[in-house]
Design a protein around this ligand. Sequence first.
Ligand code: TYC
Length: 102
Amino acid sequence: SRHNAPDTELLTRSQQKVTEPPLYRVLLLNDDFTPMEFVVELIMRVFRKNEEEATRIMLNVHTQGQGLCGVYPREIAETKMTQVNQHARNSGHPLKCRIEPN
Ligand code: TYC
């Protein structure tokens, strides 16, 4: 504060600021082997998209090499990436997911 008071003072309501957490893009990467239907169903489940939107994302990944599934705070982005990579690996598919700072 202005006069060397300890940093334990309460902030007035007008001094309180809601700070936004850093956001991360969750990207899906294309490969030649993972079935399209598997990718669509995974996007629907992990990223809470309907079939139409999940299909659009999958085809975007398929044609562009990678594609955006969503933007989330770090811990949520990391959890979704891990869910995708583990589900793909457990199912024997090479599908990969990665995150990057926004
Ligand atoms: N390219 C795959 C195929 O032709 C489909 C695919 C789409 C794979 C998106 C991965 O992230 C992916 N079966």
